[in-house]
Design a protein around this ligand. Structure first.
Ligand code: DLL
Length: 434
């Protein structure tokens, strides 16, 4: 098997790591200045020359790049390598407007897959494992990234893609899958189906690598229990390569960013000021090894904080707290900032599963928010259950968490359409951002 746990890199002392980052950043800035006219234009506009960037201490001199820039430069405007050297594209799941298309050279693919291989190894994966990849394949990065990582580790790889739960469970049991890679909502969905079908004894899973959407500690606990596994978080975004930009180790205490390839900064989303470790702000990445899509200071809109506190796994790479929201998905309801993850926390604390939807509307200038959540099968079977009492309890708990009154509808099990990829948690009918 390839040994993609690389202690000489993953446990490198900080001064050596920063020297490596500086060396790579200087080369990368030269590369983008020479090969991407868009960057050259932006840097010229700011009066920054490549030779002004002598190391990571000069990173702040470079311009930020945003998703709007990516859309404006669609499709080829930011490509940094000759097309003859580009071998793959991936793309973001359809949002409105023009899609973001990311490009890869063969070396870029190798780096990305290596990051995913490190993630699988951090979750205990070896070439003895059977790795079921149930992220979507195709333009979405989840399937291709973990598939490549699984190959590099030498796992027997099941390229399932998402959906078709019957087939997922058949392969999982027949082939004895030991590692599951999918979105946390699909993992919860599979856990539910395993329970319904009484298959738990036939499941050999030991670890899950779940990411691509926000999920809470409570949801982690539920999934771990339903599947009998340890559940590891993994983070990434198409623009920066895909999954594996950061991932959890066995400590499950924040995700180590692969700093030999990506430099992370946290900024104040309003002012762009760089914030110190420990402060919550917007995560910004600079890719220092990618050639085909070499984004520098890309604003992710994900909000979190970084920590360099020593991790007992031995890895020295900085850890990011799981995204705590996005600077662009926070809902302002009745003037109050509301995060979908706060609502999920309350629902799970109250014994529900993560099958819910948040509907936001504005009627006569008045914001209305309704949380629809399903009863668990056990709750539905309870003869003493009084739905109205449950709804009142949830209203009170949500008021405690959010500070506003939320309408709650408790529904029968299976009323909410199940997700095979990223769950649609929020339906905001107010259309505030047209
Ligand atoms: O979701 C890449 C990925 C695939 C990550 C599989 C992990 C596993 P995009 O579709 O471009 O890429 O979406 C990126 O999803 O900016 C975050 O807002 C969110 N996201 C990704 N991972 C996590 C996570 C993939 N672990 C956007 N926790 C990011 C919370 C996440 N949010």
């Amino acid at each position: 098997m390839g040994n993609y746990y690389q202690p000489e890199i993953e446990t490198m002392p900080l001064d050596k790591l920063q020297a490596l980052q500086s060396e790579r950043l200087v080369k990368q800035v030269q590369h983008v200045y020479e090969n991407v006219p868009f960057y050259r234009g932006k840097m010229d506009e700011m009066g920054v020359k490549p030779e002004d960037i002598k190391g990571i201490e000069d990173l702040h001199k470079l311009p930020f790049i945003t998703k709007d820039d990516l859309r404006d430069q669609y499709p080829y405007g930011l490509v940094g390598a000759p097309l003859k050297d580009c071998v793959r594209i991936q793309s973001t799941s359809g949002t409105t407007g023009r899609r973001v298309v990311a490009f890869y050279t063969q070396e870029d693919l190798d780096v990305w897959e290596e990051c995913c291989a490190r993630a699988i190894m951090a979750a205990g994966g070896t070439n003895e494992d059977v790795c079921q990849v149930s992220y979507g394949y195709g333009l979405f990065t989840g399937g291709p990234g973990l598939n490549g990582g699984s190959h590099k580790v030498g796992c027997l790889t099941l390229p399932m893609s998402s959906g078709n739960t019957d087939r997922q469970l058949q392969f999982m049991t027949d082939l004895g899958a030991t590692i599951l890679c999918c979105t946390p909502s699909y993992a919860a969905n599979l856990g539910e189906s395993i329970k319904e079908r009484g298959l738990k004894d036939q499941i050999k899973l030991k670890a899950g690598i779940f990411g691509a959407e926000p999920w809470t500690e409570e949801m982690r606990h539920d999934i771990e229990e339903a599947l009998g596994i340890k559940a590891y978080d993994i983070y990434g975004l198409t623009e920066i390569s895909g999954p594996g930009v950061s991932f959890e180790c066995e400590e499950q205490a924040g995700m180590h960013i692969q700093e030999d390839h990506f430099i992370a900064e946290i900024i104040n989303p309003d002012t762009g000021e760089v914030l110190p470790d420990g402060e919550i702000g917007e995560l910004v990445f600079s890719c220092i090894t990618k050639k085909a899509y070499p984004l520098l200071r890309y604003r992710t809109r994900d909000l979190c904080y970084l920590t360099r506190e020593k991790c007992s796994c031995g890895r020295t790479h900085v850890r990011m707290h799981k995204p705590m929201g996005r600077s662009d998905d926070m809902m302002v309801i009745k003037g109050v900032n509301v995060w979908p993850s706060q609502i999920e926390t309350v629902l799970l604390q109250q014994g529900y599963q993560a099958n819910y939807q948040i509907i936001v509307d504005r009627i006569k200038n008045n914001d209305k928010i309704e949380v629809q959540v399903e009863l668990t099968p056990e709750m539905a079977e309870d003869e003493n259950l009084n739905t109205e009492v449950n709804e009142r309890k949830l209203v009170a708990a949500l008021r405690g968490m959010l500070g506003i009154t939320v309408n709650v509808k408790v529904l029968a099990p299976k009323s909410i359409v199940r997700s095979e990829g990223k769950a649609v948690r929020v339906v905001d009918k107010r259309d505030l951002y047209k």
